[in-house]
Design a protein around this ligand. Structure first.
Ligand code: TYD
Length: 117
């Protein structure tokens, strides 16, 4: 399976990482201010909850040939990882802790501001 930056993915890929060994542990619980990500479950399965500050949508990822685009100001929660889950993440920028919003109330406040701008 191949992934071409700018072709299959609508941004230049600056970083690739993968989340493994997470059975029984939830991950995420944050949003990003600028980062775009594509989540591909290359093995096993997991559920991803996306919250834009107004609605929460749940996605079940269990296919290596499709990805979920997670955009700025989308709060994400990743849960129910299968034991064999490998979640590949293609990211538009290098790791930057300043880009994270880890407090849900701050996320809601910034989302409202961003929507009004
Ligand atoms: P985090 O993004 O909070 O994890 P998840 O979304 O999987 O729950 O990252 C967990 C820790 O790993 C955090 O302390 C930051 C660190 N980290 C890096 O150093 N580089 C990276 O590329 C990523 C994604 C995380």
């Amino acid at each position: 399976m191949a992934v071409n930056g700018g072709l299959d993915v609508p941004f230049d890929i600056a970083r690739v990482y993968y989340i493994v060994g997470t059975k029984g542990h939830a991950r995420g619980f944050h949003a990003h201010r600028k980062l775009h990500q594509i989540l591909v479950c290359v093995s096993g399965s997991c559920r991803v909850i996306i919250d834009d500050g107004h609605n929460r949508r749940e996605h079940f990822l269990d296919r290596p040939d499709s990805g979920l685009h997670v955009k700025p100001y989308q709060w994400r929660e990743m849960v129910d990882f299968s034991a064999d889950c490998v979640l590949l993440v293609l990211a538009s920028a290098h790791y930057d802790e300043a880009d994270y919003i880890r407090d849900y109330d701050v996320f809601l406040a910034e989302t409202t501001t961003a929507t009004l701008e």
